[in-house]
Design a protein around this ligand. Structure first.
Ligand code: FCB
Length: 440
């Protein structure tokens, strides 16, 4: 059981769960277009068993009973995302069936008393736009602005909050430098352009939504605590570089209108010309910030120009992903983000959770490690609140076991188990633990 109670958190604190469109809906129906993840998965060697999101959890057809799982547990909010490839199959032309789906989903949330927290982009770029360079192409800011207007023209009056982009670092660095996510590039010039354009697209979408009167706008940043593997100057520098491009670059761009000096030095020649002139848009004022947090990394120095490329295995307990369990990092990021970037703005933990090789035994799924993970990270949130950080909500990742990107259906993050043959849902012990906590 969770040792916390709802009453341990400030009045109005929101508990919810997060998912994303491509990971749960199923993109093989409803007129959804081809997304770059379909292409990435079809390319041998990119995704475990070459799995894609064509069926996923079939949430597209089962959304009503999936939302019941949230309301039955007593959650207040649901963080979901709207698929660009579903709403605009070629990236530019509207698929009315796609918009209708999100309209139904929104009403179904409201009927259950769940606050809709939308994320406009959680990675399913239409292939047709990837063909035109995707995040490397500056035009994506306008394309994303148009998509935003289209979606929020339909849903904007009923959203509790709206985020533009999920995890700027993953959209740019993980996908264009490390090549681990679609489009699978390993190209420093593409990376620098994507890093800048993803922020420009974000700012453009915020400006468009302000113009439409959509309320409570924010963005979701993923952060991974970066620590030196040892005391050497080289390792300290490696961790600082990692911290800069992972954790500082995007919040610094969005809230301060600057990029860290180290990154300007390292990426400068690759950034698009005139990047300095875009900050008026990139810093469009926000109403809140979201932090996704899972783990930390230990970095060791090496002789290369990118010393962080040498990450060392740490000593702490690990999840099924091999990620160390390090709740202190969540606390420290909440404190640091408010202190250095967001001040009094509300902060939400928009994702936090762990994967585990859960098994269904006699109709139940016992996941004590996940309960312990939630417990320690909720403690970290409470500690930050006690220090005055305005944390206003916590969204567990995830409601359902789902498509974990390059790792296919192998890694289970859900509070609800999904049998990917029958698609049967089974609430795990962690779901019951939340239900119990939220009633207290
Ligand atoms: C985050 C993603 C989310 C999920 C979790 C485990 O980086 O936003 O879609 O894959 O990691």
């Amino acid at each position: 059981m969770l040792t916390h109670a709802r009453s341990d958190f400030p009045d109005g604190f929101l508990f919810g769960a997060a998912t994303s469109a491509y990971q749960i809906e199923g993109h093989g129906f409803g007129g959804a277009g081809r997304a770059m993840w379909d292409d990435f998965a079809a390319t041998p060697g990119n995704v475990v068993r070459a799995e894609d999101g064509a069926r996923a959890c079939d949430h597209y057809h089962r959304y009503a009973s999936d939302l019941d799982l949230l309301s039955d547990a007593g959650f207040d909010a649901y963080r979901f995302s709207t698929s660009w490839a579903r709403v605009m199959p070629d990236g530019r032309t509207v698929n009315p069936e796609g918009l209708d789906f999100y309209d139904r989903l929104t009403d179904a949330m409201l009927e259950r008393g769940l606050k809709p927290m939308a994320t406009l982009y959680h990675w399913e770029l239409p292939s047709a736009l990837a063909d035109q360079g995707g995040w490397r192409n500056r035009d994506i800011a306008g394309w994303f602005g148009d998509f935003t207007e289209c979606v929020m023209g339909r849903l904007g009056d009923r959203m509790y909050s709206v985020a533009t982009i999920n995890e700027f670092w993953c959209v740019s660095w993980l996908s264009h430098f490390l090549g681990q996510h679609a489009p699978g590039l390993r190209d420093i010039r593409a990376t620098a352009r994507a890093m800048h354009h993803v922020l420009l697209a974000h700012g453009t979408a915020i400006e468009r939504m302000r113009g439409m009167g959509v309320m409570n706008l924010g963005a979701v940043f993923n952060m991974e605590w970066a620590a030196p593997a040892d005391d050497s100057a080289a390792s300290v520098e490696a961790a600082a570089l990692y911290d800069d491009y992972y954790n500082h670059f995007f919040v610094s761009g969005a809230f301060k209108g600057t990029y860290p000096d180290r990154l300007v030095a390292a990426l400068g020649p690759h950034l698009p010309q005139g990047w300095q002139d875009d900050f008026a848009t990139i810093t469009a004022p926000l109403d809140w910030a979201g932090i996704n947090y899972y783990t930390r990394s230990l970095l060791a120095g090496n002789d290369g120009p990118w010393p962080h490329l040498h990450a060392v295995e740490g000593p702490l307990e690990k999840t099924q992903m091999g990620w160390e369990v390090y709740p202190q990092g969540l606390h420290d990021f909440l404190v640091r983000t408010a202190r250095d970037y967001t001040g009094d703005l509300p902060i939400y933990v928009t994702e936090n959770g762990m994967s585990n090789a859960d098994q269904r035994v006699d109709g139940t799924v016992d996941d004590p490690a996940r309960i312990a993970y939630f417990n320690s990270h909720l403690s970290a949130v409470r500690d930050a609140i006690a220090k005055g950080v305005p944390v206003k909500g916590y969204m567990a990742w995830s409601l359902l076991d789902n498509y974990e990107w390059a790792l296919g259906y192998e890694k289970r993050f859900g509070m609800v188990h999904v049998d990917f043959d029958t698609l049967e849902r089974t609430p795990k012990a962690s779901w019951h633990a939340f239900k119990d906590m939220l009633a207290r």
